[in-house]
Write a protein that binds this ligand. Structure first.
Ligand code: CA
Length: 619
């Protein structure tokens, strides 16, 4: 029997049943997903039940019609119950019994909710947005009482760059206004799920429980509160999802459902991290095997996504978090390391439920051709489509890094920006790329630029006006430093002011140095301007081959036109604009939104050394 909307009765039943089942020695240790929604478009649900010799039990239910089949795993301590949900089940709790010799030995009450259809949820994001990427452990400690948790092995130690520093969800909540005022619209928070490893857990990519926020970051409820509060402030949230590998201390690692749940080798075998092998027509089986199946790290076992039970588990897990939390986007970690067919199925399953949600794939590759392969509907020779609409633009990152560091030649220096964009024909949609100067895995851009603020300004002006969705790594606006070939924990240092005992508070202008404010204000000015500039979000792009170490391009639509000029020279230049007349002949004057100065004569104007102009053209 299903009780529709009779919550009182439901609650009573829940507690009575819970107590009854508590009378038996507990066999069942895990049931995942912990609850589900009956009105999903996909009417099937695979429930993983873990308990001592659970496969020796038979299963019954007060709703036998919902249980389509039972799948036994290789390991008798697992059972998978396959549900088929009728359309009208509504919110309900059903009873699932586990029997031996026709006697009920244990029961669970399994809840089906109905989806939250509020418009503020699962909205997705696009080129009108700007992402702010942060590591929760390193952003702000809003609750020092959760820095150390008894059950979690690694304790806080702020003196260790690679240790946990205590940052948490409350810390992010406390500073949403900072992020909004800075001009970002969307938060990408690196993984918040439990990482109960011995050490090096602050980055969050070794998940030990796919259904629980790490208690050192907060609770599942805190995460929902964060997403809701962000939405109230008109900010969006991206969840960072890790499917390629789990943590070596994931609870199932002690007792795997089957030997093929993870990729196993006679001894620890590391990935070769060469994702080009997936598309390389000449790749050897040995190289492909290492890239796909080798472990990402010693504490990150490689999940075998070709195992159908695991694939369904992972897909349901993502759908569960999207519905549970209301997040607007998903960032998929290590896209090319995963089984590509499974990932395509994962993305499609999500979009079937949440068509407006945005998925970004982390396609960390050097070349545009390799990167474009991983974007949905790219023109791939093997007709593969990942179903993932947005990819991270690493080739652009490398081009930016070199463009402002190198001397200009035919192909080097500022010409790199031209060459990289000229390959955009390889993308199905070049607008669906994430453009970043640095991120949590890369040398801080301020370090790459030898602490040259002018190079950084040129890069920022480019990042925020070229095609794609800009993503700013927390601390870039504060001139944070760090090299990827050194200690990673140092690239991901604490946001000064995020901890109660910090001597300075960089969340306020008074706590920032003059140089930090210069970059913060520069970023903020262009980000704030960009927010309402449709011409930058969706306008067409025309660029001109760089000459004299100057790169100029235009963004335009039917209503507006913006000219961007990047002068990479050490001296002021006078720009003769004859070459740009195919666009400029329609305009009489301009307004540089950076200097706030009017340009009366578009035929010829001066541009300062190592600087950018973003010029709104006027008729
Ligand atoms: Ca804390």
């Amino acid at each position: 029997m299903i009780f529709k909307n009779n919550f009182k009765l439901l609650l009573i039943l829940f507690f009575v049943s819970f107590r009854l089942s508590g009378l038996f020695a507990q066999v069942i240790k895990k049931v995942e997903p912990p609850f589900w929604w009956s009105d999903m478009n996909n009417k099937t649900l695979q429930l993983m039940v873990y308990g001592d010799t659970i496969s020796a039990y038979t299963v019954s239910s007060d709703h036998p019609e919902l249980i389509k089949s039972i799948t036994q795993a290789e390991n008798p301590n697992y059972l998978f119950i396959n549900f088929v949900l009728p359309a009208d089940i509504g919110p309900s709790i059903i009873k699932i019994n586990f029997l031996k010799n026709n006697v009920i030995k244990e029961s669970i009450n399994y809840e089906f909710k109905i989806k939250n259809k509020e418009k503020s949820r699962n909205k997705g994001f696009d080129n009108s947005d700007a992402i702010y990427l942060l590591l929760p452990d390193r952003f702000s400690n809003g609750n020092s009482s959760n820095d150390n948790v008894t059950e979690m092995l690694e304790k806080a130690n702020r003196t260790n760059p690679d240790g946990r520093h205590g940052g948490d969800i409350q810390g992010i909540m406390n500073h949403l206004d900072y992020i909004k005022d800075f001009g970002a619209t969307t938060l990408w928070i690196t993984p918040l799920l439990e990482n109960n490893q011995q050490q090096y857990t602050y980055h969050g990519y070794a998940i030990s429980n796919y259904y629980q926020i790490d208690p050192r970051h907060g609770t599942n409820e805190n995460y929902v509160e964060l997403v809701n509060t962000a939405h109230e402030k008109d900010l969006k949230v991206i969840m960072d999802v890790v499917l390629n590998h789990c943590g070596s201390r994931h609870w199932w690692m002690q007792d795997l459902p089957s030997r093929d749940w993870i990729h196993q080798f006679p001894e620890f075998t590391r990935s070769n991290y060469r994702s080009e092998v997936v598309t390389d027509p000449y790749a050897s089986e040995a190289d492909k095997n290492l890239q796909q199946n080798g472990w990402f790290d010693i504490n990150m076992p490689d999940l075998n996504q070709q195992n159908k039970l695991l694939a369904t588990y992972l897909i349901q897990n993502s759908v569960w978090w999207i519905e549970y939390s209301g997040v607007d986007g998903i960032r998929l970690d290590t896209q090319p390391y995963s089984d590509k067919e499974m990932i395509a199925q994962w993305a499609q399953s999500i979009l079937n439920e949440y068509p407006d949600l945005t998925i970004i794939g982390e396609a960390w590759l050097q070349e545009i051709a390799h990167t474009a392969y991983w974007q949905k509907k790219s023109k791939n020779a093997d007709d593969y489509s990942s179903n993932i609409p947005v990819v991270t633009d690493f080739p652009m990152h490398y081009a930016i890094e070199k463009a402002f560091n190198e001397e200009q030649t035919w192909t080097d220096g500022i010409a790199r920006l031209y060459y990289i964009l000229s390959q955009d024909f390889l993308y199905e949609n070049p607008m669906n790329t994430v453009v970043f100067l640095d991120n949590h895995d890369l040398t801080r851009i301020y370090s790459s630029f030898q602490k040259d603020i002018n190079k950084l300004k040129l890069a920022i002006a480019f990042q925020l006006t070229t095609r794609g969705i800009p993503s700013v790594f927390y601390g870039t606006e504060l001139l944070m430093e760090g090299f990827s070939h050194e200690q990673h924990g140092k690239m991901r240092s604490d946001f000064t002011g995020g901890w109660a005992n910090d001597s300075l508070n960089c969340f306020t202008s008074g706590g920032r140095t003059q140089a930090q404010n210069e970059i913060y204000d520069y970023y903020r000015k262009i980000l704030t301007w960009r927010k309402t500039k449709e011409v930058i979000h969706t306008g067409k792009l025309v660029h001109f081959i760089p000459e004299n170490n100057i790169y100029a391009y235009f963004r335009y639509n039917e209503k507006e036109c913006v000219m961007v000029v990047l002068n990479n020279n050490q001296t002021q230049q006078t720009l003769n604009t004859n070459h740009f007349s195919e666009i400029l002949n329609r305009y009489k004057s301009g307004f540089d939104i950076i200097s706030k100065e009017k340009i009366q004569d578009l035929n010829q104007f001066k541009i300062n050394a190592k600087s950018a102009m973003i010029i709104e053209l006027k008729k």
